[in-house]
Write a protein of this length. Structure first.
Length: 256
């Protein structure tokens, strides 16, 4: 994809949503950190239901530490992997109190040393909480970056490097939010809403799902053909089966 088309894509995404924001409800960097850790393999909506009750009781590292794993579990038991997530949230809270004065660190290295925090989560915190021009690549961004043609890659690391190297600097701050929201609501995995897409004419995806357009049919695998049944050898004219010949001989023997 050339630079002019890439710029046009982000200009249109910005025009459609000038001030994109995370859909995880939070008021502080720590609340965002907890919410992002809880969101792994869970929906933002489900996480927000949990944190609405949790943050009313405990929304600082010290308070989560006092709550403990057993005290935290009832607040997050409605989301997947809740027990393991509870252990990570309590452990990272204790580390923040012990090593960072109760504050969320501002470096990727320090963030990635926290339990339950990988590169993607660290990038979300750096970008959303601290305004760093980094792009956190999740499943949505990985899919649409390859599909649209913004950045191709076989893994999230390759796509992240491609996006950060080619996205114009003025769009880097909000690119993560524009792309994740676009992938979540418009450029969906199974049936992208190309008819509603503001960048449809700029997108390099070949199989666009446009109104009235026929999508290519998925070829079905046909069942393997059965081998033909072996034919019985043709009988020579005048010849009789061996069994019948033997029985006839036996009868002739008895009549002698």
């Amino acid at each position: 994809m050339n630079e002019a088309r890439r710029r046009a894509i982000f200009e249109r995404l910005r025009a459609a949503n000038p001030h994109p924001a995370s859909e995880l409800v939070h008021a502080t960097p720590f609340e965002l950190l907890v919410a992002v850790v809880l969101s792994a393999q869970s929906t933002d909506k489900g996480v927000n239901k949990c944190t609405a009750k949790l943050f009313a009781i405990a929304n600082t590292p010290a308070a989560i530490g006092r709550l403990g794993v057993d005290g935290l579990v009832p607040y997050i038991s409605s989301i997947g992997l809740f027990r393991n997530k509870a252990k990570n949230v309590v452990a990272l809270s204790e580390i923040l109190v012990r090593e960072h004065g109760g504050e969320v660190p501002r470096t990727r290295e320090a963030l990635e040393r926290l339990p339950g925090v990988g590169r993607k989560t660290a990038n979300v915190i750096l970008n959303t909480a601290f305004g760093e021009p980094v792009i956190a690549v999740d499943t949505h961004i990985f899919r649409i970056a390859n599909r649209i043609g913004l950045a191709s890659g076989k893994d999230v690391g390759e796509v992240e490097r491609g996006l950060e190297a080619t996205t114009p600097a003025e769009f880097l701050r909000d690119a993560h939010h524009w792309l994740i929201l676009h992938g979540r609501y418009v450029c969906t995995a199974r049936s992208p809403k190309c008819g509603e897409c503001v960048i449809a004419d700029l997108c390099e995806y070949r199989d666009k799902n446009l109104p009235g357009a026929k999508r290519p049919a998925v070829a079905r695998k046909s069942a393997p053909a059965k081998p033909p049944a072996p034919r019985k050898p043709a009988r020579t004219k005048g010849a009789q089966p061996m069994a019948k010949t033997a029985r006839a001989g036996a009868r002739r023997g008895r009549t002698r």
